[in-house]
Design a protein around this ligand. Structure first.
Ligand code: SD4
Length: 344
């Protein structure tokens, strides 16, 4: 092996002198002899990993109480994924949170269908889409990740799997959500916008004492959506992405537009190439605005927001329009912050 390397090196120098095309040496411009890592190392601009400084950031105001639940795990030196799962479950179980889990708004046919995904610091992923009758899709997503050879289950099959795993089947449609749906049915305006009244996907990203990152995202999606419609939230790379060498990101808002630019992965990639979490979120929102397809219809109501953290514990958040809030928990801080936005 050593000799072969030496030989190639000699030939490569020769190429430079006599101009032998590298392709003749079995080297193409995109396949040189240097080892290329799948995840490029952090750039020199990247921060050092923060240790023993747990941090949680979640979307919207209800992120505050979700963060508290997650924090109780992180301060006991718990694993980041346990914290994320417990924090998100809290919102899923709350019937007053009307775009997540139990109590979520139904689709236009009156079915509450849930989407969620989860990702850990090792790149393990689990996702569930179009799940009915189970209040905690985040835990179903985790079970898919840990107990199946797959990364995503949908609809009936996902329900069957959840029941086999001991999840309880229940009616998730609460009276208030049913009433709102019946009111919506009178006009049946379609498509409904994902706007300030109609948001609340919980996305949570966190870092534990060991400096490991993880995240989760859970939603009942756009209220009164077409039966079967899936947004960005359960799609790894769009609604959530975690790279333990770089940072973690989650998205909220009009899923169609987030998917179009593979939003969360895009934000992570911006950070990988040296952007701060704040700058990275801003770049993704600008990219969405530029590619915005719904603009041709009516986009005045549409909201999109990203939150991001990097391995140094820096935080970023940015949205398309005003009104996006996020919750931060670290040390003695537990607060809701307003994200900066692109257009009024
Ligand atoms: C979706 N992104 O289903 C979700 C909805 C959302 O705040 O985040 N609302 O498109």
């Amino acid at each position: 092996m050593k000799n072969r390397r030496k030989f190639i090196k000699q030939l490569t120098s020769l190429t430079a002198v006599v101009g032998i095309p590298s392709i003749l040496l079995g080297q193409t411009p995109w396949n040189n002899t240097k080892e290329v890592k799948a995840t490029p190392p952090a750039t020199s601009k990247s921060p050092k990993r923060a240790l023993n400084r747990p941090l949680i950031v979640s979307t919207w105001d209800f992120g505050l109480k979700a963060n508290e639940a997650a924090w109780t795990i992180l301060i006991k030196d718990g694993a980041v994924l346990d914290a994320v799962e417990q924090g998100i479950r809290l919102c899923e179980n709350d019937p007053n949170e009307r775009s997540v889990g139990f109590g979520g708004r139904p689709d236009r046919d009156g079915h509450v269908t849930l989407d969620a995904c989860i990702m850990d610091h090792k790149g393990n992923i689990g996702s569930v889409v179009f799940l009915e009758h189970i209040a905690n899709p985040i835990s179903v997503a985790r079970a898919i990740m840990e107990k199946t050879p797959h990364v995503m289950l949908a609809g009936e099959g996902a329900l069957q799997f959840a029941l086999e795993q001991g999840f309880k089947k229940e009616n998730l449609l609460v009276a208030d959500s049913e009433r709102e749906w019946r009111e919506w049915l009178i006009k049946s305006d379609y498509p409904p916008a994902v706007n300030i009244e109609n948001h609340d996907t919980i996305g949570m990203i966190a870092m534990d004492n060991a400096g490991n990152l993880g995240g989760g995202c859970s939603t009942s999606g756009m209220a009164f959506k077409m039966h079967g419609r899936i947004g960005d939230s359960p799609i790894i790379g769009s609604g959530l992405y975690v790279d333990n060498e770089v940072g973690a990101v989650t998205a909220t808002g009009q899923g169609e537009e987030v998917i179009r630019v593979v939003g969360s992965f895009r934000v992570v990639e911006e950070m990988r190439h040296g952007a701060s979490p704040q700058k990275a979120c801003e770049k993704a929102v600008v990219a969405i605005k530029e590619k915005f397809v719904l603009r041709e219809k009516d986009w005045s109501n549409t909201q999109i927001g990203f939150i991001a953290i990097n391995i140094g514990g820096e935080i970023g958040a940015f949205s398309l329009r005003p009104g996006f809030t996020y919750a931060v928990k670290l040390d003695t801080v537990a607060e809701i912050r307003k994200a900066r936005h692109l257009i009024d």
